[in-house]
Design a protein around this ligand. Structure first.
Ligand code: CO
Length: 620
């Protein structure tokens, strides 16, 4: 076992049992999260296999009777609770148990049955009640202080049909999640049901003829893949890393090295903010924090060979838990495989002919289903030292019906009297790079065209300006198209063979501005999305850019609070928080199911090597 390995099922059970016993928790207690308390960088670096290790869990939960929220630390050998702290801000993450229990409870509530009957819906078995978390400012005043959810209603046209094909427009419920009790029925308006087609399963799509001209495509690696997976330690050609996983970030990539040199200590996604940009009654509460409110780990789904992953695959399972603290396994949660990636480099010489190398990449991926939506995450490692992080958004868009002649301007018409609201998916990647060691400085690197003059008579001169970011205030950076701004993480204490400092560049992709009034409640909760990049000095406790307790939050207690200290970020252990995603202006082609919308950013070596590190890739 390695100190960074995720908690096992036995460890989760032990942590829950220990806490239950020592704090005399009743069955009204819910476990929101149980995760490994990751060891310090020093511990990780000093570890050699066989060393005794101390395992610790961090547990967050609450009592449904008094609503009291606690965060605890539990050591596992010997089992003991070492800290137990009451939390006073916000609520713990929403849980899958609550989502399911709320759906079941509301479907039996007479007021719900009555409201649906008035819309002609009597088969409750076909109803899906979809519970969302709130921002504190939107919780009705009379319910403040409780653990409150609000719910949408969806309806399947036939037992096996898609619920997200049919919104029940203008009907929402407000729920006390601790008592699992309906507080309010909001019946704001009704719309005569349009004749739509929201099905995507072939049998349910009228007149669909599946293509017949696709021949098999097989990927064979007769000698197996070129990587080795030993527990959670992965090595492939010159790359080495460890695979981690937790309830909130999902896949975490630890201790990334190339040829024995350190590139990154930890890479993950720390928050996702999805504001719907539609102020109408059906949508104004739709501001999902899919990581802080729900957790990518809890929402990870099992992968299937031949469908999700093609080729010679190695899977890792993930162990999550329910709100009783009981562990369960997500089979095939993480996919690891190699891919052919066309050409790495090539040149054709008139005399000697072509010299060409095919590119091979190592891919780590996991898939998340957030109710109607899917996020597919791919971390790719290349033979020339590049790292690419790609996210694909797919699944089913939220839609809503409107009365004849009255389409609201906040979305795109995708079916008869049906529009899909515009929305944005902001992802915050937490990038703890350690380029040849921890002492790094981030430079904004920008191109500048010099004015014409005696030294520049043709107006061609272009120079590159590298500006060190010295404080957290400097570290608040925005994308600039005019200068092609990017950011280099440089170790000024280590030089390459050319005598220049070694570095890795964050090449921005899919960056876009929030386009939101700073006074708007969502921006207050998610100030983190206000910049493309934030840089902080490493602090193991600083993990969540919009705060630890995002459910029913009022303010962002993460990045804006930490960076208000304006700490030094020069020549120190830095963490980069990169904000990117999908500015989703919906299209008819994304209905009834959305093909992947793909966004990415890159980490590329700049002077980390003396020359192309892919020179040694052999010809195929
Ligand atoms: Co979208």
């Amino acid at each position: 076992m390695h100190p960074l390995d995720p908690l096992s099922a036995d460890e989760i059970t032990a942590a829950a049992d220990t806490l239950r016993r020592e704090q005399q928790l009743t069955d009204r207690w819910r476990f929101a999260s149980i995760e490994l308390r990751e060891p310090s960088k020093e511990t990780v670096k000093a570890f050699t296999p066989g060393d005794p290790i101390t395992r610790e869990a961090v547990v967050i939960g609450w009592d449904r009777d008094d609503g009291a929220v606690y965060k605890a630390r539990v050591t596992l050998q010997p089992p003991a609770v070492t800290s137990w702290e009451r939390q006073t801000e916000g609520q713990p993450n929403m849980t899958v148990d609550e989502f399911n229990e709320c759906d079941a409870a509301l479907r039996q509530d007479p007021r719900v049955i009555e409201a649906l009957a008035q819309r002609g819906i009597t088969d409750l078995d076909r109803v899906l009640i979809d519970t969302w978390a709130y921002g504190a400012h939107l919780v009705p005043e009379r319910h403040r202080g409780g653990r409150i959810g609000w719910a949408d209603v969806w309806y399947r046209k036939s037992p096996g049909a898609s619920p997200y094909a049919n919104p029940v427009t203008g009907l929402h419920f407000v729920v006390d999640l601790n008592r699992m009790e309906l507080l309010e029925v909001e019946d704001t308006h009704r719309v005569d049901e349009p004749d739509t087609m929201g099905e995507y399963v072939p049998d349910l799509v009228p007149d669909l003829e599946l293509r017949t001209d696709i021949k098999p495509l097989h990927i064979h690696q007769p000698d197996g893949p070129s990587f080795t997976l030993d527990g959670n330690a992965l090595s492939w050609q010159k790359w080495s890393l460890r695979v981690g996983f937790n309830h909130r970030e999902g896949l975490v990539i630890h201790t990334v090295g190339y040829d024995g040199r350190s590139v990154a200590h930890r890479l993950s996604f720390a928050e996702m903010v999805v504001p719907y940009r539609d102020p109408t009654t059906d949508h104004y509460r739709r501001t999902a924090f899919d990581i802080g409110e729900w957790g990518l780990g809890f929402l990870t789904t099992s992968l299937e060979l031949g469908c999700d992953c093609l080729g010679e695959i190695r899977y890792l399972d993930a162990v999550m838990h329910n709100t009783k603290g009981e562990p369960y396994t997500i089979k095939n949660a993480i996919c690891i495989h190699e891919e052919d990636d066309a050409i790495l480099w090539k040149h054709v010489d008139a005399r000697t002919g072509a010299e060409v190398r095919r590119s091979r990449r190592l891919v780590l991926s996991f898939h998340v289903t957030v109710a109607n939506y899917e996020y597919l995450v791919y971390w790719r490692f290349y033979q020339d030292g590049n790292i690419e992080c790609e996210v694909r958004a797919t699944g089913i868009m939220v839609t809503t019906h409107f009365a004849p002649g009255q389409q609201p301007p906040y979305g795109t018409l995708v079916d008869e009297r049906t529009y899909a609201p515009f929305h944005q998916h902001f992802l915050v990647a937490r990038l703890d790079l350690d380029v040849d060691g921890e002492a790094n400085t981030v430079y904004a690197t920008e191109s500048e065209a010099l004015p014409m003059g005696p030294d520049n008579p043709h107006g061609l001169a272009l120079v590159q300006r590298n500006t060190p970011l010295r404080t957290e205030e400097d570290g608040k950076q925005d994308y600039d198209w005019n200068t092609q701004r990017a950011w280099k993480v440089v170790n000024d204490n280590v030089t390459n063979g050319l005598g220049t400092p070694v570095g890795y560049k964050l090449v921005p992709g899919a960056a876009f501005p929030p386009m939101m009034d700073p006074a708007s409640p969502v921006m207050q909760r998610a100030e983190a999305i206000g910049h493309t990049l934030w840089v902080t000095p490493f602090d193991a406790e600083e993990r969540w850019p919009c705060g630890e307790f995002v459910v029913q939050s009022e303010r962002d207690r993460g990045l804006p609070v930490w960076t208000a200290q304006n700490r030094n970020i020069e020549d120190t252990d830095v963490v980069l928080w990169y904000v990117f995603g999908v500015h989703h202006i919906t299209r008819p082609e994304e209905w009834p199911v959305m093909s992947v919308d793909t966004v990415s950013f890159w980490l590329k070596p700049v002077g980390f090597f003396d020359r192309n590190p892919g020179l040694d890739v052999p010809p195929s």
